[in-house]
Design a protein. Structure first.
Length: 329
């Protein structure tokens, strides 16, 4: 049974967080005394090299009014990248694993808490995606420009997304129909790169840059509902081996769901704005640290058909979303 209103708002927020983390912004970066030019920034790992990142997402949303609903949660997941092979053109075969994960918070049903290290347990709805990813892995082939060339075992991500949406093999769906959903979402994952390297890699500039130079990133996600983003990034300097960029972005999401239950139709819209910066290692193109705080407003309109006719529910929530990416030593 699909949950109405608050749960659908959460689904679309995952699309937001994927976009936010792909911005890889760190708030408060200001020009210092670094070099004012940077050469081509490219992604580079050596065979046998292993690096880890921790992704932290914090959501603090609230519905207005006396009976305003609150949604607050904090999630963490560790991502391990293991470079298995590099070809003559510098393309890398990388095994990506999701390690320890945790989700905790409060929503209309009360408080919830889940940790992957606690073993078998009841999984809260807002932890279902990470519960499916923790302990799993995929393999990708990436170019030095950050382009995804091949994806193996992508159904791991598709299963996590479908589980969160309540789509699974059961009394209301046979295995063949599920496989069709799985293949469709896996293709969308490949095209959008959702959870591929968990967005720890941004698009790279296609040229050398000097202080004040600007390049624009345009992205689209469809797996967590339709989301688009246009982000403008301005190069500042190279300081202590880190290429620093200021950034500003505008993001919008639209989602529809008419497949869960007979008579159920829902539409969710969301908008957000944020700004900050990105710090990349100028030698290997990887993130050293990133942080962004986004102001978000979401609106959900759900229609339920029943014996007494069609009932419409609407709700609007506003608040902030924070995403942090940091290297694991």
């Amino acid at each position: 049974m699909r949950k109405v209103g608050i749960f659908l708002l959460v689904l679309i927020l995952y699309g937001f967080m994927a976009l936010v983390s792909s911005c890889n912004k760190q708030s408060g970066t200001k020009p210092g005394q670094g070099e004012k030019q940077v050469g081509l920034i490219r992604f580079k790992m050596e065979p046998g090299e292993i690096v880890g990142f921790r992704r932290t997402d914090k959501v603090d949303m609230e519905e207005g009014g006396v009976w305003g609903v609150k949604l607050k949660y904090l999630s963490e997941i560790d991502i391990i990248l293991n470079c298995e092979e590099v070809d003559e053109e510098g393309n890398m075969i990388i095994k990506q694993s999701w390690d320890r994960a945790s989700v905790k918070g409060v929503w209309p049903k009360g408080e919830f808490k889940w940790r992957s290290e606690d073993g078998p347990q009841v999984v809260p709805e807002l932890a279902k995606r990470y519960s499916k990813l923790a302990g799993k892995s995929i393999t990708v082939r990436m170019s030095p420009e950050g382009e995804l060339l091949e994806l193996w075992n992508g159904e791991v991500i598709a299963d996590a997304i479908l589980c969160e949406k309540g789509i699974r093999v059961g009394s209301d769906m046979d295995e063949e129909v599920y496989k069709e959903h799985q293949q469709e979402v896996t293709q969308e994952v490949f095209e959008s790169r959702e959870h591929i390297l968990d967005n720890v890699l941004p698009d790279y500039p296609d040229r050398e840059m000097a202080n004040g130079d600007i390049f624009t990133i345009y992205e689209k996600f469809t797996t967590s509902n339709y989301a688009i983003q246009e982000m403008e990034m301005t190069f500042c300097e190279v300081l202590d081996g880190q290429a620093c960029f200021n950034a500003k972005a505008a993001i919008s999401c639209v989602g529809e769901d008419a497949t869960a239950d007979p008579g159920f139709v829902s539409e969710v819209t969301a908008k957000g704005q944020g700004k900050g910066a990105i710090k990349l290692d100028s030698d290997n193109g990887m993130i050293n640290y990133a942080k962004v705080v986004m102001k978000v407003k979401t609106h959900c309109k759900a229609q339920l058909g029943g014996i007494s006719g069609i009932m419409t529910k609407e709700r609007t929530m506003e608040g902030t979303m924070t995403t942090i990416l940091s290297a694991i030593e």
